[in-house]
Design a protein around this ligand. Structure first.
Ligand code: HSE
Length: 316
């Protein structure tokens, strides 16, 4: 019962520009650290992360909500204790809530000997996303759980497709302004024009084809969003100029990471990625907006677990 597992739950980039709510990929960095163990009764205990004032009531905590959904599917007197050290800032747009929810169910499944499928785990973790944003979307959770790039073809019934991807560098800038996912969803138009939808699904198909055939130019051409970006980008200072400058420096393309405010760019080489990171730093320094950048790659592993040999919990 005292066996502990350590979990690394990386950030994720949802939407991948054109695939609102249906495409996403896992990052190598940043990643939350989590520790979990089994409890001998049906309950979930969440330890506070002193850095952030996140709720520890399991029903109000995204990891807790995901684990309670999992416990509903288990007919045994057992529960989970969780400690999370967040390295993915809540509200950054790089899947902070999804990392906690998906990391928790992946860790729980490791403690249970892997009794649930990845699809089951996505179903449980979506309860955390519903708590965080009011809607069950899986485009951060699924890449965390499956690794790499994932397509969520359908939520009901859940149909997750793991896509192949060529090696890609990912550069992210997180301007330190707050954009709540629920707010960024509330401002979206509920109706779209057919001519815009045609351009959008052309890009989604192009992006999937480009990833599958390792056609970098096609990936770049397909990273355009006619539906969401025009509305949400007004919340992100310097967005248009940033995109223009990064593409001029050789980035394949990019856009808002999830619901923002982070912006990401995909690059074919490390040298281009570093040049793009400099552009991001210069632009936000010039605007006087505090920011943080990450220069990383797509993680095919997603969330990982290992036995924890340095116990963090007091003996039961
Ligand atoms: N697809 C979701 C959105 C992701 O854009 O609202 C949130 O991270």
């Amino acid at each position: 019962m005292n066996n502990e597992v350590k979990i690394l739950a990386p950030g994720t980039v949802a939407n991948m520009v054109c695939g609102f709510d249906i495409l996403g990929f896992a990052l190598h960095q940043p990643a939350d650290e989590m520790w979990m163990r089994l409890l001998p009764e049906k309950r979930v205990v969440i330890h506070p992360d002193p850095q952030y004032n996140l709720p520890t009531d399991p029903e109000k905590n995204v990891a807790g909500a995901a684990l309670l959904a999992m416990l509903d599917a288990i007919d045994e007197p057992l529960g989970f204790e969780v400690k999370i050290t967040k390295h993915i800032k809540p509200g950054s747009g790089i899947g902070s809530s999804a990392a906690s929810a998906a990391g928790a169910v992946v860790g729980a499944n490791a403690l249970l000997g892997g009794r649930f499928s990845k699809t089951d785990l996505v179903q449980f973790a979506m309860f955390g996303e519903k708590l965080a944003s009011g809607v069950k979307h899986a485009d951060n959770i699924a890449p965390g759980i499956f690794g790499g790039v994932t397509l969520i073809r359908s939520i009901l019934p859940l149909d997750v497709v793991a896509l192949p991807s060529p090696e890609l560098y990912v550069v992210i800038v997180h301007p330190q302004i707050e954009v709540r996912t629920a707010d960024a969803r509330a401002i979206l138009r509920q109706k779209i024009l057919l001519k815009d939808a045609i351009k959008q699904w052309g890009n989604i198909a192009g992006l999937v084809a480009g990833l599958t055939t390792k056609d970098y130019a096609l990936i770049g051409r397909s990273l355009e969003d006619y539906l969401i970006e025009p509305v949400r980008s007004i919340l992100i200072p310097g967005f248009d100029l940033l995109k223009q400058q990064c593409k001029a420096a050789g980035a394949l393309g990019g856009g808002i990471s999830g619901s923002g405010p982070s912006v990401f760019m995909l690059c074919q080489t490390e040298a281009i990625a570093h040049a793009v990171e400099k552009i991001m730093i210069n632009l936000y320094t010039g605007l006087g907006i505090a920011h943080h950048t990450y220069c990383t790659t797509i993680s095919n592993a997603g969330i990982t677990t290992q036995p924890n040999n340095n116990p963090v919990f007091a003996p039961l």
